[in-house]
Ligand binder design. Structure first.
Ligand SMILES: NC(=O)c1ccc[n+]([C@@H]2O[C@H](COP(=O)([O-])OP(=O)(O)OC[C@H]3O[C@@H](n4cnc5c(N)ncnc54)[C@H](OP(=O)(O)O)[C@@H]3O)[C@@H](O)[C@H]2O)c1
Length: 344
């Protein structure tokens, strides 16, 4: 396998820095690494496992000779620059929502639908972080028993909006605990008309609301799950909530299967599933939590119970590191698949 010229757009961000360390950690075949960000960070030196590198401003001309470009700088940057990268001959793996629902763009979670990457036309989309965490956990159940309906509620970490979310939680907490006035300016998102404190609070508002009262984040979980599973009939409803946790999204997932699955059967299937670690011994205080999921590749699944309110129901509690498996790791696993299958 030849070594590749790799570019990361958004290299200075939460996902970008995770991508840089994962390239080394997973021995991805890197010949050269180009760090791209906005003009604000151009010229900045970054210590990387590949040595100290200088950040360059991302422009349409940044992609000459680049084999794989990971994009994690927001949807508008992807819309503006990804077509130039593709035109230059790079394969783009995009972490933003820009192209996820485009019928010509594969939307891939390698544990669920790696094969979809075969149809790429220069661009592969990484799903939303909450969707990835959920799909890794439910796919083994889907394959065994079918799924008619999913009801999911999320508990999403502040780093889901990047570095600024981490800083906001830290600063608000410090001010709150020292008796100072908290001045929220970041959540639910920076351009929102009204901001709410996230420290010691929960905010049931991630991304913008539509006329039905659902948020865009909730619709992402619905639409992306259907696309990844290739099942337009699966019923999904979501409530997404921001919580004062630095890292790792948690999800309460209620599933109605097509054929009956007992809790012990589900536990058995999940304990053999790729990308899943079962932690499910409640009497010993063992269940997934963000502190356990942080830095882990696997999605953690526990509290596996039958839902006795319906005939074929299961409840799961799922935790996943949304910067790692929910973004950077999933993108690198897609790249690894593409390289291994000679799809570049
Ligand atoms: N955080 C997560 O858990 C997560 C999970 C899944 C997907 N994502 C997606 O990944 C993307 C990045 O998220 P993040 O959390 O890493 O955000 P972040 O920490 O705020 O980082 C944003 C990155 O984008 C760069 N950037 C901003 N404007 C740019 C421009 N005009 N041109 C080039 N680069 C620009 C920033 O560079 P500067 O240093 O120059 O500002 C920075 O490197 C978003 O689309 C997000 O939705 C995030």
């Amino acid at each position: 396998m030849r070594d590749l010229n790799v570019a990361i757009v958004g290299a200075t961000g939460a996902v970008g820095t995770e991508l840089i360390s994962l390239l080394k950690e997973r021995s991805f075949p890197v010949k050269s690494l180009k760090l791209l960000a906005s003009s604000r960070s151009a010229g900045k030196q970054m210590d990387t496992p590949m040595g100290t590198l200088t950040v360059e401003e991302a422009t349409p001309d940044s992609f000459k000779d680049v084999d794989i470009a990971f994009f994690s700088a927001g949807g508008s940057v992807s819309k503006e620059l990804a077509p130039s990268a593709v035109k230059s001959g790079a394969l783009v793996i995009d972490n933003t929502s820009a192209f996820r629902l485009d019928p010509d763009v594969p939307l891939v979670v390698p544990e669920a639908n790696a094969e979809a990457a075969r149809n790429h036309r220069g661009l592969i989309a990484n799903p939303n972080c909450s969707t990835i965490v959920m799909v890794v956990a439910i796919k083994p159940i889907y394959d065994r028993a079918g799924i008619r309906r999913i009801v999911v509620s999320t508990y999403q970490a502040v780093s889901g909006i990047g570095t600024k979310g981490l800083i906001a939680l830290e600063e608000e907490s410090r001010r709150y605990l020292s008796g100072q006035q908290v001045e929220p300016a970041v959540f639910p998102y920076t351009s929102a008309a009204v901001h709410h404190q996230i420290a010691f609070n929960l905010v049931p508002h991630i991304d913008v609301f539509d006329e039905m009262g659902y948020t865009k984040e909730e619709w992402k979980m619905v639409k992306e799950t259907k696309k990844i599973l290739g099942d337009p009939d699966i019923a999904v409803t979501a409530t997404t909530v921001r919580v004062p946790v630095f890292r790792c999204h948690s999800e309460s997932i209620n599933i109605e299967t097509r054929t009956k699955l007992t809790a012990s059967e589900a536990r058995e299937i999940l304990s053999r599933a790729k990308g899943v670690t079962v932690i499910d011994d409640p009497s010993a205080g063992a269940y997934p939590m963000p502190t356990l999921g942080t830095g882990k590749d696997d999605v953690l699944v526990g509290r596996i119970r039958e839902d006795n309110s319906i005939e074929k129901g299961l409840n799961l509690w799922v935790v996943g590191d949304q910067i790692r498996k929910g973004a950077a790791l999933n993108a690198i696993q897609i790249a690894e698949y593409v390289v291994a299958e000679d799809l570049l």
